[in-house]
Design a protein around this ligand. Structure first.
Ligand code: HOZ
Length: 428
């Protein structure tokens, strides 16, 4: 029996006019099979689909909804600002306020530029790093995903890993050849690359806590080693905190691990659920950006007043440390509950967590990089995913995406989720 008749109909219709029926590949459920849910509305930690079913949501729009969906203060702020006009293509005071708010939380950022997505932020940051250093090569890590910019679609995580795609056609070999990849959490591999080509490397870009191969934390001392190696070679270290920014701590992974990058990219949470990205860093690097410097970057909707208002309102609410204490506590409880439920059912899982990001990998071996993540049993994950859906819990439809917990996830919701997991693991 099809429990999702309306979503199924919508999916068939969508496939006629949108590639794969979706506007971003992971949403198509290819990683788990079946029909993607079409969502009608969301409130707090709940999603409602087109078939009238309710789910506890652990996707949170892939990270931005840290306070839960349709937060009343954010909605009210957007409505108020919208009455004054929705886009001017000219500066507003709101943009300064958002930049000031971010800079206060991220001492490594002296200046920043707003974009409309995380992808734009990472692409722009690389261009600036190349312009600043006059070097061509960049280093990224296997299984890390930094949006779909050409230079970054090499051994990428997220949808690329989920779909098992080879490096994307359409990325010119001469572009890809300037991207060097190394395994995450492997200091000798990074040292070897720098010993060989250090003077040619403009930037190292890293998810300081990986979210795009599932959640993979940096091992003790790893980020410091990356910092030391890049500093020694005059290479720009870019922390891609699109997922981790204002997520694993108010000041992101750089605050949590005490490491100062040269540049940072942000997105997701800083838009409060509307499209905002940002790249920023040291003044001398950011002053390469036009119109101060020669590195060109622009955007009609950059700094859009609605998006900036949503982000600013969310960041001001997030100043309350009680929110992070809650997120830490309930996510820890969730992971402990999953681990116990899996072990009771005799299913091997390894769970990684940093703050309110976590993943249960269907494997018996510690997951520290892409090689170990890729050993997960994706079919078992798919069965678990669908069993959870049946129980009213919406997880990311891929083994290689992190779960995000929000402030709206109460203890009672976490307990309901663990009870659902008990039943779902029994069906794996
Ligand atoms: N690449 C995103 C997750 N890492 C998915 C974006 C989406 O489907 O909205």
């Amino acid at each position: 029996m099809n429990n999702y008749p309306i979503s199924s109909q919508l999916f068939e219709r969508a496939k006629q006019v949108i590639p794969g029926g979706v506007n971003s590949p992971v949403r198509a459920f290819r990683g788990v099979g079946g029909t993607p849910l079409f969502i009608k509305s969301a409130k707090g930690c709940f999603l409602h689909d087109a078939d009238g079913r309710e789910y506890i949501d652990y996707v949170g729009s892939w990270g931005p909804m840290i306070l839960g969906h349709a937060h009343p203060e954010i909605i009210a702020a957007i409505q108020e600002v919208a009455t004054h006009g929705t886009s001017f293509g000219a500066p507003t005071e709101l943009e300064i306020e958002l930049a000031e708010e971010v800079i206060r939380a991220y001492p490594s950022i002296e200046k920043l530029r707003l974009t409309s997505s995380g992808t734009e932020a990472t692409m722009s940051a690389l261009r600036v790093a190349r312009g600043f250093t006059g070097r061509a090569k960049i280093v990224k890590f296997e299984g890390c995903y930094h949006g779909h910019g050409d230079s970054l679609l090499v051994k990428a995580g997220s949808g690329v890993a989920t779909l098992g795609l080879p490096d994307s056609p359409g990325v010119l070999p001469e572009v890809a050849s300037n991207t060097i990849t190394v395994p995450f959490n492997d200091v000798p591999a990074l040292e070897a690359v720098f010993d060989q080509a250090g003077a040619e490397i403009a930037a190292v870009i890293i998810e300081p806590v990986v979210g795009n191969m599932g959640c993979v934390p940096p091992q003790e001392g790893y980020l410091q080693a990356v910092r030391d190696i890049t500093a020694k070679h005059g290479t720009v270290l870019i922390f891609d905190e699109v997922m981790t920014g204002f997520r694993v701590a108010f000041g992101g992974a750089q605050e949590r691990y005490g490491i100062t990058p040269d540049m940072t990219t942000l997105g997701k949470i800083i838009g409060g659920g509307l499209p905002v990205g940002a790249f920023g860093g040291k003044r001398e690097i950011m002053d390469c950006v036009a119109p101060v410097g020669p590195v060109y970057q622009a955007g009609t909707l950059s700094g859009n007043p609605l998006a900036v208002t949503a982000g600013l309102t969310q960041l001001r609410l997030l100043r309350n440390p009680e929110i992070y204490a809650h997120l830490e506590r309930v996510t820890k409880k969730l992971v402990a509950g999953f681990t116990e439920a899996a072990s009771e059912a005799g299913v091997s899982t390894v769970s990684n967590r940093v703050g309110s990001m976590c993943t249960a990998f269907f494997t018996a071996e510690p997951v520290i990089d892409w090689t170990t993540a890729a050993k997960s049993d994706r079919e078992a994950f798919g069965r678990f995913f669908h069993a959870m859906l049946e129980e009213g819990v919406y997880l990311a439809p891929s083994q290689f995406e992190a779960a995000f917990v929000s402030y709206a996830h109460t203890d009672e919701i976490i307990e309901r989720t663990i009870a659902a997991a008990r039943k779902a693991f029994a069906k794996v």
